[in-house]
Design a protein around this ligand. Structure first.
Ligand code: BGC
Length: 469
């Protein structure tokens, strides 16, 4: 009750002064930049391999399995990074973890670009993965701790939007270096957003929440004074202190409490389903899939993949606008239904023996509808829910478990895709993803609560109520 009053008081203050001071605005933009660059890194590095792989596999004469390893070592490293991110960031601070991630990312990009063989390439990409795991688990947490309550949701979806922009930039870079077979440039250029992230974070404020967690309340007050208009500082500091006096006691065991488990079931469930419905087979192997349709020039395939990137960005913009208007559930249910239907038609297009124009058109149209449906649903909604459904006490630990599960299944799906194609055939593989899509629809319908317009405490109550049943 008391915490509700404090939070409401802080909210009232922010309403009084919704036009923030320019210094507060500057810092909020800094936080947004961190979210943006974190997302951009995530998107660029996961997207660029689709184009680079076409040339790497020829130069290093990679088998299907080795190609799978080169692609999927990044998600595996990212799962490990996400797992350690929560504890590291509690110990060292959010900023230091993101800075460390940026350094690793610069090194990984450069080493992978100059690698002379598959082993060095795989090692460099593992380091990249670790960096991406740290950034993807902590950047949203950091942003949510810096951002004023009223724009926190928008900033989280900015992270997803930046992921899709990063993927699009990766496709463009792929296209630019395609004629010179410049896969080394494609990988090396990833160092640029990482450098920007490093300098961006170095100048960004320290999370006041983390400072309170460390008992450094005076410094927290000073940081808040830079982040908020003057008369909001004490109210918000009081609210944070109230919350963190409980959070100090939190441990992994808190994740096993019934309400936490109920929320984790939804968060981790969505994390897994977001991946096992096959999104990254399209993102990572887009040119390869286009080649299945009979388009056999590498540049046409990469160009067509560009369309995937554009649709992904455009529909994510739509999702950002609809998320707070239509609600999370409606977007999920409509989008996941669209994903499943598209996967079934994609499978059907590959079922015929011929490589006719009609087959190519149906396959490409299905891929586009699939991407569009993902972008308005599971794409952004997973990251938003993963940041908002956990009780405050365990939010960062639980969000890092969700992020880890997401990367782990990203790894499994990208590792097994080419093998599945070999075993089940093209149609069988996409029909399998389609069937998992149907399951996902029922999961969302049954278990995902509507969180639109609900204060975080009310969301926690939904899961407490579920745990009592
Ligand atoms: C997913 C990524 C995916 C991206 C595509 C994200 O939400 O977590 O795995 O590559 O969306 O836009």
């Amino acid at each position: 009750m008391k915490s509700k009053t404090l939070i409401m008081r802080a909210k009232d203050h922010s309403n009084d002064l919704s036009a923030s001071s320019s210094s507060a605005n500057k810092h909020v933009w800094m936080a947004a930049t961190v979210a943006g660059l974190g997302g951009l890194l995530f998107g660029y590095d996961t997207g660029i391999i689709a184009s680079a792989l076409l040339f790497i596999r020829d130069q290093f004469e990679l088998s299907s399995f080795e190609q799978g390893v080169v692609v999927s070592i990044v998600p595996l490293g990212a799962a490990a990074g996400a797992l350690i991110a929560g504890r590291l960031s509690d110990r060292l601070g959010r900023k230091k973890v993101i800075l460390g991630g940026a350094v690793l990312f610069v090194c990984g990009s450069i080493v992978s670009a100059i690698s002379g063989g598959v082993l060095v390439l795989v090692a460099a990409r593992a380091a990249l993965g670790l960096a991406i795991g740290l950034a993807s688990a902590i950047a949203p947490v950091y942003v949510s701790e810096i951002a004023p309550t009223e724009i926190r949701g928008r900033l989280i979806t900015l992270f997803q939007l930046a992921i899709t922009v990063g993927i699009l930039v990766a496709y463009l870079v792929g296209l630019a270096f395609e004629s010179s077979e410049g896969w080394r440039w494609m990988l090396g250029l990833g160092a640029l957003p990482a450098l920007l992230l490093f300098f961006g974070v170095a100048r960004a404020p320290i999370s006041p929440r983390w400072l309170v967690l460390k008992g450094r309340n005076d410094e927290a007050r000073a940081q808040l004074a830079e982040l908020r208009p003057g008369d909001q500082v004490e109210g918000e500091l009081e609210a944070i202190t109230k919350e963190l006096s409980e959070q100090r006691e939190s441990s992994w065991r808190d994740l096993m409490k019934p309400a936490a488990k109920a929320a984790l079931f939804v968060g981790v469930g969505l994390a897994i389903l977001q991946q096992v419905t096959g999104i990254n087979t399209v993102i990572y192997y887009a040119p390869t899939i286009f080649q299945f349709t009979g388009i056999d020039s590498a540049s046409a395939a990469i160009g067509a993949s560009l369309a995937v990137g554009v649709v992904n960005v455009a529909m994510t913009v739509v999702a950002v606008r609809l998320l707070d208007r239509s609600g999370r559930r409606k977007l999920l249910l409509v989008g996941v239904a669209g994903m499943s239907i598209s996967l079934f038609t994609l499978g059907a297009a590959f079922a015929g023996q011929d490589e006719s124009t009609l087959t190519a058109v149906v396959a490409i149209a299905s891929l586009m509808t699939y991407i569009a449906s993902f972008a308005v649903s599971l794409g952004g909604v997973f990251w938003v829910l993963n940041a908002e459904i956990y009780p405050t006490l365990i939010r960062s630990r639980a969000a890092s478990v969700g992020t880890m599960a997401n990367w782990l299944f990203n790894f499994l799906v990208s590792l097994t895709f080419l093998t599945l194609i070999a075993e089940l055939g093209r149609s069988g593989t996409f029909w399998l993803y389609g069937a998992i899509g149907v399951f996902t629809w029922f999961f969302c319908h049954r278990f995902v609560p509507e969180t639109k317009d609900k204060p975080l405490e009310e969301i926690t109550e939904i899961f407490e109520e579920r745990a009592r049943r």
